[in-house]
Design a protein around this ligand. Structure first.
Ligand code: NAP
Length: 309
């Protein structure tokens, strides 16, 4: 496993993060197997959200399962998110909601601190002074060590940073070979012949790199938004052929190559994998052993349906 030190954040964390969004359907024992397998593969970073599994079910499952693994709490990074309220059909970044949500997550995860709290999706009515008060309270109480966001544009980050005094250390966004909007615009800028030139996030990746905000990539294998895995999907013959060629050369799975493509970017993007299958976890972690050349990276990008302008 490749390990990294996060600027203004935790040191020696795994480049690959284990996502727990799909954990709630497992038995406690199977969930413990997932956590243990990830840990044995070198993953010490687990991603949650209060909404995963519905009403905290994934956090609750993790809390029970983690106790069965024998892994020490201080040896892992627990990250969770708040701000999406499906039952109310709204997003909520009020101080009251953030503080309550953290208390609920602490109880479900059976821990007395959260390493990283992310605000999940922007609340259109958010008042940055309220968020700042919430972060201060959480930091002072020791309930949260580090803060970040998810799915934010660069201007929303600027606004938040003007009021919040803690460093914003992560922005978690969708990014993969198939969903590569994060980088496409940089290549096609000013080109009116293709929608790939549309600037959808205000050059978010450059902004994050300049401001020491590490990007985490959610759903690194999904087509569209949760449209199923693009690996072995007939809709992507060229991409699968290109992945297969490199996978055979490197002696790893195509999945490992797709994750290695994210890791190869010099921004140090952390892929968040969502598999709940221990064999797939082992397979995927081989991504850290893949040697992708500059040319390999472009070959995969072009095979995913893009072209050089
Ligand atoms: N911030 C946000 O807005 C946001 C949104 C979505 C997700 N997330 C985070 O991102 C994490 C990952 O999302 P995701 O689950 O959609 O990620 P993913 O890794 O792209 O997809 C995982 C899915 O692919 C399947 N899969 C099939 N074959 C596989 C193989 N050979 N290797 C690996 N996986 C295989 C898995 O099934 P098996 O279990 O059978 O392997 C699982 O259903 C989530 O857990 C969550 O933490 C964040």
């Amino acid at each position: 496993m490749k390990m990294i030190d996060v600027i203004n954040g935790p040191a020696n964390v795994s480049a690959i993060i284990q996502g727990c969004m799909r954990m709630s359907g497992l038995s406690d024992e199977d969930a413990a197997k997932v956590i243990k397998t990830s840990y044995q593969c070198g993953i010490n970073f687990f991603d949650h959200a209060d909404i995963y599994g519905g009403q905290g079910a994934a956090e609750e499952k993790f809390g029970r399962a983690f106790a069965l693994t024998g892994i020490k709490r201080e040896d892992v990074i627990l990250q969770t998110k708040c701000g999406i309220c499906p039952e109310r059909q709204e997003f909520d970044w009020t101080k009251e909601h953030i503080l309550k949500s953290v208390d609920d997550s602490l109880r479900r995860l059976k821990t007395d601190y959260i390493d990283v709290l992310l605000l999940h999706r922007p609340d259109l009515l958010f008042d940055p002074t309220e968020v700042a008060q919430a972060f201060d309270t959480l930091e002072k109480s020791g309930k949260v060590k580090y803060f970040g966001v998810s799915n934010l544009t660069y201007m929303q980050l600027e606004l938040l940073k003007k009021y919040v005094k803690q460093p914003i250390i992560f922005n978690q966004v969708q990014f993969s070979l198939e969903q590569s909007q994060l980088i496409d615009q940089a290549l096609y800028m000013n080109n009116k012949t293709t929608d790939l030139s549309i600037n959808r996030d205000g050059n978010l990746l450059d902004y994050c790199r300049i401001n020491d905000i590490r990007v985490q990539a959610w759903s690194p294998l999904q087509k569209g938004m949760f449209g199923g895995n693009f690996i072995d999907d007939n809709e992507f013959p060229e991409l699968n052929a290109a992945l297969d060629k490199i996978a055979k050369r490197e002696g790893v799975s195509k999945t490992a190559v797709a994750i290695a493509w994210i890791l190869r970017h010099p921004a140090g993007i952390q892929p968040i994998i969502g598999t709940m299958n221990p064999d797939h976890i082992k397979d995927t972690c081989q991504a850290c052993d893949v040697n992708l050349s500059h040319h390999d990276w472009y070959e995969l990008y072009l095979a995913s349906g893009k072209f050089l302008p």
